[in-house]
Design a binder for this molecule. Structure first.
Ligand SMILES: NC(=O)c1ccc[n+]([C@@H]2O[C@H](COP(=O)([O-])OP(=O)(O)OC[C@H]3O[C@@H](n4cnc5c(N)ncnc54)[C@H](OP(=O)(O)O)[C@@H]3O)[C@@H](O)[C@H]2O)c1
Length: 302
């Protein structure tokens, strides 16, 4: 099968097309023919070993454990392990492989009991590739850790990225009052996905209300508790994507599946690249100004 791999840390052009064996499946695995993958912040950070600590995970001098990037996918089930019960051949699915990465490839094998669910009706297969990681991260921080409830007031800092756009919609879906912070040119987007109020971090008159929020979620890791503390109620929590890793939780993914089905959630897709243009896609995402998600079309696009 064709894959995109990297064998040295560095700029986007270290990504090269190569050939690998189609993965063998175990009894509880399904083999997925990958339709699309996303390009996420985790991908370019692993490619560049930025932060340096990535080398402790993936090899000090060169990448050893993970050579094929890609954290999430959509695709079609083409083979079943003997013990598989949740899926059948032909099912359209979306999944994240977590820190195993490996979705810049024509085929991925994944345990049926891991972070994989059927693609909901009414969402395109390519768009579904941008769902699992950003949406699971938003649910993890807002609901699992933040315990956000109906009518509470939440501030979402960095509301225009992948995690941020899911966070705005998920907070709205449970009936919270949402204030989103983004740049001026993303105001319309953040309003369109349901934020009750949008503030612009690049507005010279930017000011947060005093003693107002029950929860502040920094969805891009660009602010601090110190900077927003005046706007937080005395018992309010401050959570950030920079502090802690979202647990991969299939219950979260199933909840996300339901929200997509009932149209309370819609992935925001910024750009779609064929996988042969993976270098352009990485250069774009690395600028950290994408709106929502960037997708790589895999099947038939090498
Ligand atoms: N902890 C975890 O488990 C976990 C899981 C997933 C992701 N993450 C991390 O979460 C972060 C966000 O990832 P992402 O994919 O959602 O988005 P991203 O690509 O990192 O960020 C893109 C968005 O951030 C906005 N942005 C850039 N600078 C900003 C600033 N100073 N203030 C407010 N917004 C700003 C950009 O809007 P403008 O162009 O308008 O500035 C853009 O829409 C990444 O650092 C990623 O590594 C952590």
């Amino acid at each position: 099968m064709k894959v995109i791999e990297y064998n040295e840390y560095g700029p986007a052009h270290v990504l090269k097309q190569s050939q690998k064996e189609v993965p063998l499946i175990g009894n509880s695995d399904i083999l997925i023919r990958v339709h699309a993958s996303s390009v996420s912040a985790a991908d370019w950070r692993m490619r560049k070993a930025d932060p340096f600590l990535a080398r402790l995970f993936n090899g000090i001098l060169k990448p050893r454990k993970v050579n094929i990037l890609g954290f999430e996918l959509s695709g079609v089930v083409v083979q079943l392990g003997k013990a598989v019960t949740r899926f059948k051949i032909g099912d359209e699915v979306m999944a994240t492989t977590g820190f195993k990465f490996g979705t810049y490839a024509e085929y991925v094998a994944i345990n049926e009991n891991s972070m994989v669910v059927k693609k909901p009706e009414g969402i395109q297969l390519s768009d579904a590739a941008g769902v699992p990681v950003g949406a699971n991260t938003a649910v993890h921080f807002l609901l699992n850790k933040g315990k956000l409830t109906r009518n509470q007031k939440v501030l979402i800092y960095g509301a225009s990225g992948s995690v941020g756009t899911y966070a705005v919609q998920i907070a709205k879906s449970i009936g919270a009052e949402v204030t989103g912070i983004c740049s001026k040119h993303n105001s319309e987007l953040v309003t369109s996905i349901g934020a009750d109020r949008v503030l612009n971090y690049d507005d010279p008159n930017f000011k947060l209300p005093d003693n107002y929020f029950d929860l502040v979620f920094d969805a891009v890791g660009k602010t601090s508790k110190y900077k927003v503390s005046q706007s937080m109620k005395s018992k309010a929590k401050f959570l950030s994507v920079r502090k802690g890793t979202a647990t991969m939780n299939r219950k979260n993914l199933e909840m996300i599946q339901t929200l997509l089905e009932n149209k309370s959630l819609k992935p925001v897709i910024d750009k779609i690249f064929p996988i042969r243009e993976v270098i352009c896609a990485h250069k774009y995402v690395e600028q950290q100004h994408k709106k929502g998600n960037v997708i790589l079309l895999v099947d038939g696009h090498f």
